[in-house]
Structure formats: C-alpha cells, structure tokens
Write a protein that binds this ligand. Structure first.
Ligand SMILES: NC(=O)c1ccc[n+]([C@@H]2O[C@H](COP(=O)([O-])OP(=O)(O)OC[C@H]3O[C@@H](n4cnc5c(N)ncnc54)[C@H](O)[C@@H]3O)[C@@H](O)[C@H]2O)c1
Length: 260
C-alpha cells in the first residue's frame, strides 16, 4: 500500500534539489502533487516527468514572497484537486555572506522568502485544512536555525531559527484542528544551493573548492553529507499516518552534526 495514497500535497520550491526529491518521492507514494515553483521551466519539467510516470501533478507558478501568489496557489490547488492534505514548505533562499557583509537588502530577500513566505503559506493552507478537519505541514528548516556555525550567513540562520519557532507555535495553535506541524532540519545536502554556497565560501574564505567541501563534509560524524532523498524519506514519514501523534518537532537529518 502506498503511504500517501490519493493525498494532495503542495511542495514549494519543488523545481530542484530537496523540493524536487520530496515531490518525486511523494508522487511515488501515491500523492497528487502541486509543484509550487518560481522557475517556470523547472516546475513544468518536473510536472512532465511526474505525469509521464502516471502520477497526478500540477504546476502553479508561485513566488512565495508575494502574498497574492500564495493565495492563488491555495485556491488553485483546492479547486483542481478538491482538498489540500499536505503542505511542504521547502522554498528558501540564501547565499554565502560574511557577518559584516549582510546588507538590509540581503536580510529582506532571505527573510522575505525563507520565513515570511513560509509563514503566509502555512496560514493560507491551514485555513483550508481547518475547514477539512485535517492536515499535515512539514517545514524545511535547517541546522543553521539551531546555531550550526558553518552556515551561509547569519540572516539565513535567523530565518531558519524563526521557522523552528513558528513550527512550535503553529503546532500548538493548529493541534485542535487536527493539523500536525513538524520541521526537518537538513544538514549539509548536496543540491545546487549547496554548490552555490560552496562557491561563495571559496571567495569569502579564500580557500579552494576541495577545502570548502572538506570544511563542510569533513566534520560530519557519519562522514556522509545528505543526498536530497535523505530529506524526502523523512518528509514522507512526517506526512504519513505513521506520524499521527508527532507535532511541533524539528528533526535533524545531518549525519550527527547537531544534537538538539
Ligand atoms: N542544501 C542544503 O545543504 C540545505 C541545508 C539545510 C537546509 N536546506 C533547506 O532545504 C530547502 C531546499 O534547499 P535546496 O538546497 O534544495 O535549494 P535549491 O536552491 O537547490 O532549490 C530551491 C528551489 O526553490 C525555488 N524558489 C526560490 N525562491 C522561491 C520563491 N520565492 N518562491 C517559490 N520558489 C522559490 C528555486 O527556484 C529552487 O527551485 C531550503 O529551505 C533550504 O534552506 C538546504
């Protein structure tokens, strides 16, 4: 039996990396997937790939920094599939910046998508979930939000700390509505974003690519950085009925970097 059979799931930032792995794994587990993505080409390509395997998927071009886009996403998903059972809040942005380099524009860009956008996605979709009487929300945070120091920058760490705090508040507020809210905190994960951050660190720390990868990966106790699928596996569990009595938690998937 597929673990997410006929469940309707919105995945934000599903065009590549962790979001793409989550959307693909969800589709394989029988979910109907709404690919909410800023990049049209990536979003359409993924939907084509999913539907070619017989899955039900819909692309909705979405900038989660725009409240109107979020409302349109919720309405389109509800109208098209009739319900929204799962929301995976995955989209976030960052780049490698030294403490003294972070500008107001960097702060607004990072927080606009990674914490503000995430909150308004939760709020908008939770209205539908409340009406339905059930729902699952999985927020993709980061071990940066728990103080892991080798992060891209302090503004990003702050945004991810906000995601962890909001996960707890949302879980306690929405528990009465039968909506579970959990977060996943990935550690080092080999996506395009990771490679962009590595390139930025090469510039800020004046080290080679191999040295930066060693800095990130060499300290992992299990000696293995994540593949996006490592995050997708936990995202399936948290959205499945097996996680029915788990809410408000922030789960690290990081090979043992952070114990919190
Ligand atoms: N890669 C890592 O090492 C790592 C570690 C910890 C946490 N994370 C978190 O995992 C999540 C996914 O990261 P990733 O590495 O796959 O990132 P990525 O940059 O590879 O992919 C992110 C996707 O989100 C989309 N996106 C960006 N802004 C958007 C917006 N405003 N609206 C809608 N979509 C938007 C992008 O187009 C892209 O397709 C993020 O929340 C990230 O912070 C990643």
């Amino acid at each position: 039996m597929k673990r997410l059979n006929q469940q309707v799931a919105i995945v934000t930032g599903a065009g590549r990396g962790i979001g793409k792995a989550v959307a693909s794994h969800y589709a394989r587990e029988g979910a109907k997937v709404v690919v909410a993505e800023l990049d049209e080409q990536r979003g359409e390509q993924l939907v084509q790939a999913l539907t070619s395997t017989g899955a039900d998927a819909l692309f909705v071009k979405t900038d989660i920094n725009q409240i109107a886009d979020i409302e349109a996403l919720t309405n389109t998903a509800k109208e098209h599939f009739g319900s929204i059972d799962i929301l995976v809040n995955n989209a976030a942005v960052t780049r490698s910046l030294d403490f003294f380099e972070v500008s107001e524009a960097d702060w607004d860009w990072i927080h606009g998508v990674s914490s503000r956008g995430l909150f308004f996605c939760m709020q908008s979709v939770a209205r539908v979930m409340k009406e339905q009487g059930h729902g699952r929300i999985v927020n993709i945070a980061s071990i940066a939000g728990k103080g892991y120091p080798s992060t891209s920058n302090i503004a990003y760490a702050g945004a991810k700390g906000a995601v962890i705090a909001m996960t707890r508040i949302a879980a306690s507020t929405l528990a009465a509505e039968n909506i579970n809210v959990n977060a996943i905190c990935p550690g080092v994960t080999r996506t395009e974003l990771y490679h962009e951050v590595v390139k930025g660190k090469m510039h800020t720390l004046g080290k080679s690519e191999a040295e930066i990868i060693e800095l990130f990966d060499g300290t992992i106790p299990i000696k293995r950085s994540n593949e996006p699928e490592d995050i997708a596996d936990l995202a399936i569990f948290l959205a499945s009925s097996e996680a029915r009595n788990i809410t408000g938690q922030s789960w690290n998937v990081d090979g043992g970097l952070v114990y919190d």
